[in-house]
Design a binder for this molecule. Structure first.
Ligand code: ADP
Ligand code: TRP
Length: 321
């Protein structure tokens, strides 16, 4: 079974990325042939400063390794080191109906957020389909917001197979973990770099992390009153990090009243800080070992490229090249 996922280097990863994609993907490292990559071609749709892009790729590589991506088990590379995917993108573009892309909400969302519409932004899901299909991927772990893009990838694979021959391309399955499908941000909307509501995995300092947690939106129930645990973002976030007993304790305390939200935020803050401490230590080491990080990406690119070549040759042959 081939497991594949990618993440854009468009800023530092946050806990939505961690629980929605990174952690579920890393769990699958043990269940099949795992392929993970840094989607820098995709980032060109939004990151236009070359120095920033380079730095983001480097930071994200270190972040992912620090969080537990194991290069002994998983192949890890930078998307642009496998340029074969851009050739497949073109070939797939020619079987992709316009309507399929016109229906994509992520394109409309991004334009609403002020990203200038470009052909690249519009064709983004075709490049994503190529990423997936060029490795004969079976399973793609992602957060819920990527569901539609996965449907587009499946549609494109089926259209291609219809036109050129059954079973030429593997039709991939999304793997969305229901419990962490959409992690809320500080304001309760989906946590996202584009909403400025993120808690990063590696906030610069403990103080900065605390400051962020204190911003989690709450209602204005007075300190002494009972509080509703069911629609509290504090608890939704706490559940990601704390064990069941701790969560039950906090819920009971909410219901009992007598504590202000600040008290729970402090608990949330300490729990998050401790959760990422071992990864933070690994990150510090990796940061000093550029050769190791470069070596992992280089080795990964070699392996990924060999597989991509094989599928691309199959496709080229099928279409008449
Ligand atoms: P962002 O919205 O912050 O730009 P990305 O689009 O780079 O995040 O997402 C990378 C991966 O993380 C994708 O698989 C995406 O589905 C997942 N992801 C992003 N935000 C969340 C979230 N708030 N909850 C769950 N998964 C998320
Ligand atoms: N579009 C994905 C995101 O924003 C990133 C991505 C690019 C991806 N190619 C992929 C995810 C292939 C899974 C498979 O999160």
């Amino acid at each position: 079974m081939r497991i594949l996922s990618g993440i854009q280097p468009s800023g530092r990863p946050h806990i939505g990325n961690y629980f929605g994609m990174m952690e579920p993907a890393m769990q699958l490292q043990n269940e099949g042939d795992a392929f993970f990559f840094i989607a820098d071609y995709h980032s060109l749709t939004s990151t236009h400063d070359p120095a920033v892009l380079r730095q983001n790729v480097r930071d994200l590589a270190i972040d992912f390794l620090a969080c537990g991506l194991d290069p002994e088990k998983a192949t890890f590379w930078r998307q642009s080191d496998v340029p074969e995917v851009t050739e497949l993108t073109w070939i797939l573009s020619c079987v992709t109906p316009m309507g399929l892309l016109e229906r994509c909400v992520s394109y409309k969302d991004k334009i609403e957020q002020g990203i200038k519409p470009s052909h690249g932004l519009f064709a983004y899901p075709v490049l994503q389909a190529a990423d997936i299909l060029i490795f004969d991927s079976n399973v793609v772990p992602v957060g819920k917001d990527q569901k539609q893009h996965l449907e587009v990838s499946r549609d494109i694979a089926m259209k291609f197979n219809d036109r050129y021959g059954a079973d030429l391309l593997v039709v991939p399955e999304p793997r969305i973990r229901e419990t962490t499908a959409t992690v809320p941000g500080l304001d309760g909307r989906k946590m996202s770099k584009s909403y400025d509501n993120t808690i990063n995995i590696f906030e610069e300092t403990k103080k900065k992390l605390r400051k962020k947690i204190m911003k989690v939106v709450t209602d204005s129930t007075p300190v002494e009153d009972p509080k509703n645990p069911d629609d509290s973002y504090i608890l939704q976030l706490y559940q990601l990090f704390a064990d069941k007993e701790k969560v039950a304790e906090m819920e009971a305390s909410f219901r009992a009243g007598g504590q202000g939200y600040g008290y729970y935020k402090q608990e949330l803050f300490e729990t998050i800080w401790e959760f990422f401490l071992p990864m933070r230590a690994r990150r510090e080491k990796l940061e000093k070992d550029s050769d190791y990080v470069d070596g992992v990406l280089e080795e990964g690119a070699k392996k990924a490229r060999a597989k991509a070549r094989e599928v691309l040759d199959r496709v080229r042959n099928a279409v008449g090249m």
